[in-house]
Write a protein that binds this ligand. Structure first.
Ligand code: ADP
Length: 418
């Protein structure tokens, strides 16, 4: 049977667990032996330690994230049944997992995953994987475990790493054989690595897909937070400046502004047209006050800037509101409360459908076709070439840096019209 592994990498988001669950279950249903790789690329580089592996690997890059990613209370659920999971017997979990990153899992190992936030198999940033030698060690660890299909759930960085690993695969294998790290037989049987990407990102910043895993939940968290702030704003007749995440993507800020009826917002893709954005903003906010509104809510995306690309900071906006409008103004930066918590139903469903599709795609992949990434367009789960989507996403950032905002938006959505 085919051996399939799944890992989560880069920034965590709600729905990653649902994606892992779907890949594990669909993989088993399709007759594969399924593995999870803990701690993203770091786990793949580290492998399973000398006592578990034929040969230890040398490349390390600092400590992977501290605690065991599987909390005690969930250990019971990490017990394999059907004789499929190779290691996780109740009570042994933590000790056994300590220096093991590539773990065979069974059907029941992922029970209950869909409703939990973050990623239970862990994620990390991995400097070693950015280097050829780190990726070579990762390749060695895959071959050692007989794994030839990999599903990666992460942002554009993690997916770029995945594509590079696949691209360099023949070189890695040749070098590993040359060094005597793998046998001639392993070299023959692992001639290709199939890779499929799933986009996990709260920012909803990937080009070519309508929605990324985790974005809906983050938006929901933001709306809850703004609703809470609104109570105080109304009671005290205050103004609040709320900074939300999103890097160079204004989706979270824009949707939160619509959903909460905010008074004003700043997003990277549509900066204020005038250099004097302070006056334009004040005239709108002043009008709202004169119309009888007791509260003022301004939402700022973290990548917001003015028409000259000078960042607009929450404190700067606060000073304008205080000085020009005389409003009692506070700043709230939502930070990581946006990233966590139970996934919204939509993210569970999206991750489940896309995870299942990822398994189909990885089983159908061939060396001559580019690696796919799973997306959703107009409510249909679809595949597209991974690097095309990643490149378009990176081009969005470039277009914004060149002040070509319409181009940025049409890269994200081909049907965009100004
Ligand atoms: P995200 O996947 O959320 O965009 P990062 O950009 O931090 O997050 O990438 C996560 C990890 O993916 C990095 O720590 C690194 O190990 C790997 N990675 C990112 N970019 C590359 C790259 N260009 N080449 C190889 N690996 C990369």
């Amino acid at each position: 049977p085919k051996r399939l592994a799944v890992l989560t990498s880069g920034g965590d988001c709600s729905g990653m667990n649902a994606a892992v669950r779907a890949v594990v279950k669909m993989g088993i249903a399709r007759g594969c032996e399924v593995y999870v790789v803990r701690e993203g690329w770091e786990g793949l580089v580290r492998g399973n330690g000398p006592e578990h592996d034929v040969k230890e690997t040398q490349v390390h890059s600092g400590t992977p994230s501290t605690a065991d990613p599987i909390p005690n209370r969930r250990r019971g659920n990490f017990v394999a049944t059907y004789g499929e999971g190779e290691l996780l017997k109740e009570g042994e979990g933590e000790q056994t997992l300590k220096d093991r990153y590539i773990i065979r899992v069974g059907w029941d190992d992922v029970r209950g995953f869909a409703s939990l936030g973050g990623t239970l198999i862990g994620t990390a940033r991995c400097a070693a994987f950015r280097e050829v030698e780190g990726r070579r060690t990762a390749a060695l660890n895959l071959v050692k475990h007989g794994i030839d299909a990999l599903v990666v759930c992460g942002g554009d960085g993690s997916l770029t790493g995945a594509d590079r690993l696949r691209d360099e695969w023949p070189e890695h294998l040749a070098a590993l054989k040359e060094r005597g790290d793998i046998s001639a037989e392993q070299f023959e049987t692992h001639s290709h690595l199939n890779i499929v990407g799933l986009v996990g990102s709260i920012d909803n910043d990937m080009a070519g897909t309508d929605m990324t895993i985790g974005a809906t939940t983050a938006l929901h968290r933001i709306c809850e937070a703004i609703d809470s702030i609104s109570s105080t704003a109304s009671s005290h007749s205050r103004a609040f400046i709320v900074e939300v995440m999103g890097r160079n993507c204004g989706w979270l800020a824009l949707m939160a502004a619509i959903a909460t009826g905010a008074d004003y917002m700043f997003i990277p893709e549509r900066p204020p047209t005038s250099e004097d954005w302070q006056s334009s903003m004040c005239s709108v906010l002043d009008r709202h006050r004169k119309e009888g509104k007791r509260k003022t809510i301004v939402i700022i995306a973290e990548g917001a800037h003015d028409c000259n690309l000078k960042p607009i900071s929450p404190d700067e906006v606060k000073d304008v509101l205080t000085e020009r409008l005389g409003l009692d103004t506070r700043v709230t930066t939502l930070g990581h409360t946006q990233r966590g918590g139970a996934p919204a139903a939509y993210d569970r469903i999206l991750a489940t459908l896309q995870g299942a599709e990822a398994v189909e795609a990885v089983l159908e992949a061939t060396p001559d076709k580019p690696s796919p990434v799973i997306g959703i367009q107009e409510n249909k789960i679809m595949r597209q070439p991974l690097m095309e989507a990643v490149k378009k996403t990176q081009d969005v950032a470039k277009a914004i840096a060149e002040k070509d905002f319409n181009r940025a938006l049409s890269l994200r959505d081909p049907e965009f019209e100004d």
